[in-house]
Write a protein that binds this ligand. Sequence first.
Ligand SMILES: *[C@@H]1O[C@H](CO)[C@@H](O)[C@H](O)[C@H]1NC(C)=O
Ligand SMILES: *[C@@H]1O[C@H](CO)[C@@H](O)[C@H](O)[C@H]1NC(C)=O
Ligand SMILES: *[C@@H]1O[C@H](CO)[C@@H](O)[C@H](O)[C@H]1NC(C)=O
Ligand SMILES: *[C@@H]1O[C@H](CO)[C@@H](O)[C@H](O)[C@H]1NC(C)=O
Ligand SMILES: *[C@@H]1O[C@H](CO)[C@@H](O)[C@H](O)[C@H]1NC(C)=O
Ligand SMILES: *[C@@H]1O[C@H](CO)[C@@H](O)[C@H](O)[C@H]1NC(C)=O
Ligand SMILES: *[C@@H]1O[C@H](CO)[C@@H](O)[C@H](O)[C@H]1NC(C)=O
Length: 291
Amino acid sequence: MATLKEKRTCGQRCEDFGHFVWNSDNGTFMGRTPVKWVYISLYYVAFYAVMTGLFSLAIFVLMYTLSPYTPDYHDRLESPGVMVWPNTYGEEIVEITYNTSNKKSWTKMCTILKNFLQPYNETKQQLLNNHTCTKGKYYFQKTFTAPHHTKWSCPFTENMLGPCSGIEDPTFGYNCSMPCVVIKMNRVINFLPSNMTSVAPYVNCTVLSGSENVDEIEYFPQNGTMDLSYFPYYGKLAQPNYVNPLVAVKFSLIKKKQAKIQCRVVSDVISYENIHDPYEGKVIFSLNVQS
Ligand SMILES: *[C@@H]1O[C@H](CO)[C@@H](O)[C@H](O)[C@H]1NC(C)=O
Ligand SMILES: *[C@@H]1O[C@H](CO)[C@@H](O)[C@H](O)[C@H]1NC(C)=O
Ligand SMILES: *[C@@H]1O[C@H](CO)[C@@H](O)[C@H](O)[C@H]1NC(C)=O
Ligand SMILES: *[C@@H]1O[C@H](CO)[C@@H](O)[C@H](O)[C@H]1NC(C)=O
Ligand SMILES: *[C@@H]1O[C@H](CO)[C@@H](O)[C@H](O)[C@H]1NC(C)=O
Ligand SMILES: *[C@@H]1O[C@H](CO)[C@@H](O)[C@H](O)[C@H]1NC(C)=O
Ligand SMILES: *[C@@H]1O[C@H](CO)[C@@H](O)[C@H](O)[C@H]1NC(C)=O
C-alpha cells in the first residue's frame, strides 16, 4: 500500500513557519506564550547570576589565599640550573673559542662578560643594595624592612671577582691563554643551597678532557664559595634588586690550549646527575684558545 505523501509548496512552508513564530490562535510566540518566555528568561538570568557569583567567589578565595610574593606550587623539588658566561653556544655545549692574535675574536668575549657584569657595578650596587649582610649564614627575612615594602638583597660587586672583575684587566685574560669564565646558579625561590649546619655551596671545576692542557684553575671569590647570605631568594616582587652571587674561574691553558670543563656547584642538596636536565647543578663547556 503506497503512502500518500502530502506535497507542500514553499508558500505553505513559509506560512507554517510564520505560525510557529507567532501563533495568533493560542497566542504563542515561538511555541511558548509570552508569560512562559518571561519565566524562562528569569530562570536563565538567575542561573547565570548564581554561576557568576560562584565563579567570583572561587577567584576571590584563591586570590585571598595566594601570596603575591611566592608561587604556591612547584611541580617538583627544584634543584637549580647552572650557567656559564661567556655563553657562546656551539652545537651542543657552550664553546668558548677565541684567537689571541685576532683582537675582534677575543673582544667579543670581553663584551659579553662586561655586559653580564653590568648589574654588579659597584656604584649601582651601593645605590640599590645599600645594606650590610652578615657573611656565612642565611639571611632570613620575615618582614619587609627595605624601602617600598620589600626585603633586602645583599650586594654583590664585580670587584669580588678579583682578577676576573674586568677592572684591573679589562681583557678578562682573553688577550692570552688565561681566560676567565663566570659561573652563575639560577634562582629558585626559597631554596636553601645546603642544610643549616653545613658550609656554603662552592664551585668545583674539573677537566673532562685535555687535562694535560690545563695548568691551573683559580676561583674568585676564594674557594669558589657562594656565600649563604644571598639565600634564600624571596622572589622578584619581594627582592626587586636581588643579584645572584657569582663565581669567576680563571684557567691557565698550556700546550694545545684546549680543554673540556665541567663546573659543578657542590652542596649536599644540589643534584647534578639528572639525565633529563644536563644543566642541573653543573655546566659543561669547552675552551679553545687559538693564536
Ligand atoms: C660603574 O658605573 C659607573 C656609572 O655608570 C661608571 O662610571 C663606573 O666606571 C662603573 N664602575 C666600574 C667598576 O665599572
Ligand atoms: C647607605 O646607607 C647609609 C646609612 O644607612 C647612608 O649614610 C649612606 O649615604 C647610604 N649610601 C648610599 C650610596 O645611598
Ligand atoms: C693582557 O692584558 C693585560 C691587562 O691589560 C696586560 O697586563 C697583559 O700584558 C696583556 N697580555 C698580553 C699577552 O698582551
Ligand atoms: C645535612 O645533609 C647531610 C647530607 O645529606 C646529612 O647527612 C645531614 O644530616 C644534614 N644535616 C641536617 C642538619 O639536616
Ligand atoms: C672537585 O671535584 C673533583 C672530581 O669530582 C674531586 O676530585 C675534588 O676533590 C673536588 N674538589 C673539591 C675542593 O671538592
Ligand atoms: C678556603 O679553603 C681553605 C682550605 O679548605 C681554608 O683554609 C680557607 O679558610 C678557605 N678560605 C675561605 C675564604 O673560605
Ligand atoms: C688567528 O688569527 C691570526 C691572525 O688573524 C691568523 O693568522 C691565524 O690563522 C688564526 N688562527 C686560527 C687557528 O684560526
